[in-house]
Design a protein around this ligand. Sequence first.
Ligand code: COA
Length: 481
Amino acid sequence: MAKKKSKTKAKARSKPAAKKSARKVVKLAAKKPAKKAAAKNGNGAPRISSKPYGLDGKALTGVRILDFTHVQSGPTCTQLLAWFGADVIKVERPGVGDITRGQLVDVKGADSLYFTMLNHNKRSITIDSKHPQGMRVLNALIKTCDVLVENFAPGALDRMGLTWEYIHKLNPRMIVASVKGFGPGPYEDCKVYENVAQCAGGSASTTGFRDGPPLVTGAQIGDSGTGLHLALGIVSALYQRNRTGRGQKVLCAMQDGVLNLSRVKLRDQQRLAHGPLTEYSQYGEGIPFGDATPRAGNDSGGGQPGRILKCKGAPEDPNAYIYFITQAPVWGPICDLIGEPTWKTDPEYATPRARLPKLNQIFARIEEWTMTKTKFEVMNACNEVDIPVGPILSMKELAQEQSLRDTGTVVEVDHPVRGKYLSVGNPIKMSDSISEVTRSPLLGEHTDEILTKVLGFKAAEVAEIKNSGALSAPEKKEKAA
Ligand code: COA
């Protein structure tokens, strides 16, 4: 960004100057021209590009990221930034790399899908950050990057010598963004993984059935969810830096991220003080509430009664189910569809309040109807009359879904070692910043390129750094000795 910044800065500087001189000339004239210019440019934004949409770089073109992330939470964040056009330089430990390269391996000798699916569009350099020559390379990277992203265990970055003060002295514009398990407080030193965060963030206590144990969800709300939060923090900090010129620390704790995603359950916690949660099934079943938000099975979090119902093929087909909501505004069409038109006017069924104690019976009747149809037939019939329903789609079905392929949400990526594999592309679509998904880097694939082209080290310097062993695996050094 540094190079581009000077250009942008020059542009930014020229604008007020131009306004000033214009003001001098037309000092006594009406203020109309200035107003017009403001209206034209929209809240001080730069001149409108004349290039076609999608052909004027990407949203984060020119931003360079020093990516010190590993496992899932941090890599999710930097992958998103890379899809928006940032130059993401992933620093990995020589010989080992991100631990996920070797986790859940399906193709022998190839980076795992765990790694490849979280590290698209990045470059990889191997550096031993605890080696003096490694630190020399890191110093150079810090000077040229806009954002350092890390998700090491608490204190690990400081132990490398990369404290906020150190980084900021080298580059006061640097944004230092971190994922940690917990924010400041009694648990701040704890290491945290996905399910720990789901449990500590309130998701597990509110997921599952009331009479069963807490459950974790398949969606990685602790890791990927926090990575998403961090990406927003980074982009906001970059935006603020345009005004202030200085970097800042961005911290996302996984507990906080999960709690944010579970906020409707904290809503319900407070509602409990004012009476039972009437939209929860247990209310209709006459089961009293305790003093904490209970697990609500498949009840909908939005206050409308909802259940997962069997469709044709269930239970043999484990995914022949549909999510059905008895939304009050579409109660009439629901009654017509399931063949109970009298329920529209019968006072025993006509109002949401009257239905609450009978939800089990009502959903059993709806299920009689859904079981006569496949989940897609139910979906079609319901959507024709504006009843929202959710077919339970398996990963197999999603992988084969043509519309997801067409939008780039599911993409096929080619990898030199593992061959072709499916991945999830950028779920955020922008009309002027089109994401292309490129494969994840091999370990240290771009080490030379980064040393010479990004950092400008001369051949002799590169040789000195390499010979020091700062960029290669200690095992190799031992073998060679
Ligand atoms: N060169 C030299 N050393 C390196 C290195 C490099 N390029 N990259 C990492 N290391 C070192 C670290 O400095 C650290 O050493 P230290 O403990 O002696 O200071 C060591 O590798 C291990 O790092 P750490 O982050 O502690 O990894 P871990 O495998 O022990 O723990 C987590 C993994 C995920 C539990 C932990 O990183 C964590 O809690 N992170 C924050 C929360 C998070 O993101 N969790 C979700 C992950 S999906």
